[in-house]
Write a protein that binds this ligand. Structure first.
Ligand code: IPE
Ligand code: IPE
Ligand code: MG
Length: 265
C-alpha cells in the first residue's frame, strides 16, 4: 500500500498480535472476521464543498488504514463493500470514476499486498466489470492466493440477493444433471456455492455514516454478526473508530439463539 503496508511487519496467518493493540482490547477476543459497509464518502465530500468523487478517493485511504490495522492486530479476515449491484444506478461519471479508481489503486498497491502476505479476493459478479479491471483482479487474486496473512475480500458488483439466487441456480443445475440429490442440500452445501465459500462468517459488521440498514450486503453470512453502526463518515474512519467498534464488540454477549451468554469471539 502506498504509505506502504510494506512498512509494517509482515504478520503470518491469523496469529494474535498484541504489541500495538490499543489499551482495553482483549487480544484473545478479537473478531476473526470483520465486515464493513464503507458508507458516507459522498457526504464527506459535500461537507467540504468538494465533488462526491473526492470522497471516494479519500475513502481508499481509510480502507488502506483499516486493512493495515486489522492485519497488524491479527484479525483473520476483512471484507469490505466497495460497489453494490445497485450502485450502477448512480450517475455515469461517478460509476466510471469508481471503476478507474479501483483499477489504479489495485495496480498501485498490488506489490505491497503481495509482500505483506495479504490474500486478496474480489467477491461479486466480476464479468460485468470493465475488462482491464477484470484482468487486474485475476492477476491480484492469482498472485496473492498462497499468501498466509489476512484475507482481504473486496465486494465489487456484489449483491446479497444475487449471490443467493446464483447459489440456488448452481445447485439446481447440479440436481438437473443428476449430480446432486436435492434431499442432500443443507446449509453446508448451500454455503459452498456462495462467493464467500471457505471463509468463516463475519463476527462483526461495521457500518459507517449512521445508516441503519444492510443494503443487500452478505445477507446469508451476517445471520449472527454483531452490528456496530457509527456516525463517522468512511473517509474519516481511523484507528480510534476501529478501536471503538472492537470495544463495542467485546462488550457483547453472543447467544446464537441459546440462553448461555458466550463471550464475544
Ligand atoms: C459509499 O459512499 C461508497 C460507495 C457506495 C461506492 P457513498 O458514495 O454511498 O456516500 P454517501 O452515502 O452518498 O454519503
Ligand atoms: C452501500 O452503500 C454500498 C457500498 C458501501 C458499496 P450505499 O450508499 O449504496 O447504500 P444505501 O443506498 O444508502 O442503502
Ligand atoms: Mg451511501
Amino acid at each position: 500500500m502506498s504509505r506502504s503496508l510494506a512498512t509494517a511487519t509482515a504478520i503470518p496467518g491469523n496469529r494474535p498480535c498484541c504489541a500495538v493493540l490499543p489499551a482495553g482490547l482483549d487480544p484473545a477476543r478479537l473478531p476473526r472476521h470483520v465486515a464493513v459497509i464503507m458508507d458516507g464518502n459522498g457526504r464527506w465530500a459535500s461537507q467540504r464543498k468538494l465533488p462526491r468523487v473526492m470522497g471516494h478517493r479519500e475513502g481508499v485511504e481509510a480502507l488502506k488504514r483499516t486493512l493495515r490495522l486489522c492485519s497488524d492486530w491479527g484479525i483473520g479476515a476483512l471484507t469490505a463493500y466497495a460497489f453494490s449491484t445497485e450502485n450502477w444506478s448512480r450517475p455515469g461519471e461517478e460509476v466510471s470514476f469508481l471503476m478507474t479508481l479501483f483499477e489504479r489503486v489495485l495496480a498501485r498497491e498490488l506489490q505491497a499486498l503481495e509482500q505483506e502476505q495479504v490474500r486478496i479476493r474480489f467477491l461479486g459478479d466480476l464479468e460485468q466489470l470493465p475488462e482491464g479491471l477484470q484482468q487486474l483482479i485475476a492477476d491480484a487474486t492469482h498472485r496473492t492466493a498462497a499468501n498466509t496473512g489476512i484475507h482481504f475480500n473486496v465486494c465489487t458488483n456484489y449483491g446479497g440477493r444475487r449471490e443467493l439466487v446464483r447459489a440456488a441456480q448452481r445447485l439446481a443445475e447440479q440436481a438437473a444433471s443428476g449430480d446432486l440429490d436435492p434431499a442432500s442440500i443443507d446449509e453446508r452445501l448451500f454455503e459452498a456455492q456462495l462467493f464467500t465459500a471457505g471463509e468463516s462468517d463475519p463476527d462483526l459488521l461495521i457500518r459507517t455514516s449512521g445508516e441503519q440498514r444492510i443494503s443487500n450486503f452478505l445477507l446469508w453470512q451476517l445471520a449472527y454478526a454483531e452490528l456496530h453502526i457509527t456516525d463517522v463518515l468512511w473517509p474519516d474512519f481511523n484507528e480510534a473508530a476501529l478501536t471503538a467498534a472492537l470495544l463495542d464488540y467485546q462488550r457483547r454477549q453472543r447467544r446464537f439463539g441459546g440462553v448461555e451468554p458466550h463471550a464475544s469471539r
